[in-house]
Design a protein around this ligand. Structure first.
Ligand SMILES: N=c1c2ncn([C@@H]3O[C@H](COP(=O)(O)OP(=O)(O)OP(=O)(O)O)[C@@H](O)[C@H]3O)c2ncn1[C@@H]1O[C@H](COP(=O)(O)O)[C@@H](O)[C@H]1O
Length: 87
C-alpha cells in the first residue's frame, strides 16, 4: 500500500525523469494555476463526499486531494518535511 511518503517519492521521480505517458508530468507542465484549481476541485469533492456519500467514496476523494496537493508541492519544490515542520 502506498503512503504519503512513497507516493511523493514516486511523483518526484516522475517530475525528474519525465516518462512518456505520465499524467503527473502533463499536469506539472500545465503549471501552478491548473494545479491550484485541481486542489480546489478535489477539496470540494471531499466536502461533498463527507456530506452525502459513503466512507469508501470519501476515502477515494481524499486520496485524490492528497495526490493533487503533492503534485502542487512538487511543482513549487516544497517537500513533505517542509510541510511536516508546521504540524
Ligand atoms: N494517485 C494518483 C491520482 N489520484 C488522482 N489522480 C488524477 O486525478 C484525477 C481525478 O479524478 P476525478 O474523477 O476527480 O477527475 P475527473 O474529473 O474524472 O477527471 P479530470 O478530467 O479532472 O482529469 C484522475 O483522473 C487522475 O488523473 C491521480 N493520478 C495518478 N495517481 C498516481 O500517481 C502515480 C503517477 O501517475 P502517472 O503520472 O499517471 O504515471 C501513480 O502511482 C498513480 O496511481
Amino acid at each position: 500500500m502506498k503512503t504519503m511518503e512513497t507516493l511523493f517519492a514516486e511523483l518526484a521521480a516522475k517530475a525528474e525523469e519525465r516518462p512518456a505517458g505520465s499524467g503527473t508530468v502533463e499536469a506539472l507542465d500545465r503549471g501552478i494555476h491548473f494545479l491550484g484549481k485541481k486542489v480546489n476541485e478535489e477539496a470540494g469533492e471531499v466536502w461533498i463526499a463527507a456530506e452525502y456519500q459513503s466512507d469508501e467514496q470519501l476515502a477515494e476523494e481524499a486520496s485524490q486531494l492528497l495526490y493533487w496537493l503533492q503534485v502542487l508541492l512538487i511543482k513549487r519544490g516544497v517537500s513533505l518535511d517542509d510541510v511536516y515542520s508546521y504540524l
